[in-house]
Design a protein around this ligand. Structure first.
Ligand code: ZN
Length: 335
């Protein structure tokens, strides 16, 4: 198969690789050594090298398609990974090689530029699925907490101006389909077929390529905010304060009064900062799945004012995710 380019006149069916030859870079999920595990290759620039279903960027792959279709972006464009190394070294840890332990992300996703340097130099299009950088947070409630003496300025974690030092990591989803199926206690066949059907047949390889076990789903990932020394997270002798928070754009960003997500989030950050100042670490895991994975349209439908008051009970048939609450936690006063 030609790797020469993505010609618009030529449709390349991903379900029919052509030669039937085994993939050039097999993935053996659950190996402790990333070289043994193999790189996750979801690039569309060299289709012959692919060993995954889907493509990089999660839901943003569709925006990329729009940019390519309009001629604004060269489909063969590759990211320049120069100076993109993580600002902090994470791992590897023994758990990364335990089969079944990690099934929805690539634990080596931040290390690919280093681990697969030779393959990338050869022209294999391997992309990071995790990026780690540093930032400072300015949160008005926490500046008030400083004025109220609940938080103290230490010049390191909380700085003079009231901003807070943080390490943040963006994590794209990388699904190991057999592992995901096991988590949901369904057969892999059924999982693949349902994913295929419920996306309107978006990824034929789900049902035609059982040899490809890794899927890059077009969904949001996670953002991690780490406070204090990141080494404390993996040190059992040091304390960790952690909040797992589902994205709630309405409250988290806009301060909408329909739920109490932002106060919970801000309180979580405050506790994380205190733990970091006490020698431990704080961790906010921010899941990019609005309304417990239902999306904002469903969420707003649930909360549409009816008869002069908000619907505290969601209408039936709105819960599409297993064990998911219909939307955010409601404040006590409105339930
Ligand atoms: Zn909310």
């Amino acid at each position: 198969m030609s790797d020469s380019g993505n010609r618009t006149s030529h449709i390349r069916l991903t379900s029919h690789p052509g030669t039937g030859a085994p993939v050039r870079f097999p993935v053996t999920w659950g190996k402790a050594d990333p070289r043994e595990r193999g790189p996750v290759i979801g690039s569309v620039t060299r289709p012959g090298d692919r060993n995954t279903i889907g493509s990089h960027g999660g839901s943003y792959s569709l925006y990329r398609a729009l940019a390519v279709s309009s001629g604004a972006l060269n489909p063969m464009q590759r990211p320049d990974l120069t100076n993109t190394s993580p600002v902090v070294q994470f791992g590897p840890y023994p758990q990364w090689g335990e089969p079944g332990k990690i099934v929805s992300l690539d634990p080596f996703g931040h290390m690919v530029a280093e681990v697969y340097r030779d393959l990338i130099a050869e022209g294999v299009d391997i992309r990071p699925t995790i990026a780690i950088t540093k930032a400072r947070l300015t949160v008005v409630e926490l500046q008030q907490a400083i004025r109220d003496k609940r938080l103290k300025v230490d010049g390191d974690i909380v700085r003079e101006q009231g901003d807070i030092s943080v390490i943040k990591a963006a994590v794209d989803p990388v699904w190991h389909l057999p592992g995901i199926a096991a988590r949901f206690d369904v057969s892999e066949d059924k999982l693949r077929r349902t994913l295929f059907e419920q996306t309107g047949g978006m990824y034929p390889e789900l049902v035609t390529r059982p040899d490809l076990e890794v899927f890059l789903p077009p969904i949001g990932g996670q953002t991690l905010y780490i406070f204090g020394d990141p080494a404390a997270i993996t040190d059992p002798k040091r304390r960790l304060t952690c909040r797992v928070h589902d994205e709630c754009n309405g409250s988290d960003v806009f301060g909408s009064d329909i739920c109490t997500c932002r106060p919970y989030l801000v309180h979580g950050i405050e506790e994380c900062v205190k733990e970091a100042q006490a020698g431990g670490a704080g961790l906010i895991v921010y899941n990019r799945k609005e309304g417990r994975a239902l999306g904002e349209v469903t969420k707003f439908l649930v909360y549409t004012p009816a008869s002069g008051r908000r619907a505290a009970t969601p209408p039936p048939n709105t819960s599409s995710a297993p064990n998911a609450s219909p939307a955010c936690r409601m404040p006590a006063s409105s339930s």
